[in-house]
Design a protein around this ligand. Sequence first.
Ligand code: E4P
Length: 217
Amino acid sequence: MKFFVDTADVNEIRELSDTGLLDGVTTNPSLIMKSGRDIMEVTKEICGIVDGPVSAEVTATDFEGMMKEADVLSKIADNICIKVPLTMDGLKACKAITSSGRLVNVTLCFSANQALLAAKAGATFISPFIGRLDDMGIDGMDLIAEIRTIYDNYDFGTEILAASIRTVNHVKQAALIGSDVATVPPSVLKALVKHPLTDKGLEAFLADWAKTGQKIG
Ligand code: E4P
């Protein structure tokens, strides 16, 4: 499973990219707002840090407006992935943008039928929002499983990008189901490495090692 980080914070992106574990980045208008930076400037900086796809979201809601914004965003870098909302205009834009050879992430997906349409529109990625469904008392992970089945039934090439991830358990469940990608907040990505028995075990090994008085090299 590929890991994208869901943030526009360049310091976090740089730190995670240095680990070699990062395959891409997703941003959205709320994350750009949180960064306090200009979308063009911050997105260009992110594209310089990460080689993989960097999702930048259009804010127009009509087809023509989305296409214009997609053209502007595409000029930022070769690894830009245009993010469009899951609306009829968004799907139309998805078809047109992917037909021109560019990457598209269809966002705000909350149903299997929406994901089916996105695949038919040639989406590179579909972003089902797990956490926001969980917030409503609906198991978001069921949606990932449904989409996996449908995409496998028809051999769609669209990659499932599990989004709105809130916990390490979300990551594990998405991986078990076979989500192609998970876009994860920095704090959750860093929490994946943690286990109390790892810390305890390491502490004991180091204490015993100190008693030997040895040094490697
Ligand atoms: C996905 O690309 C979105 O940016 C993101 O995962 C939304 O997550 P949220 O529900 O935590 O805002």
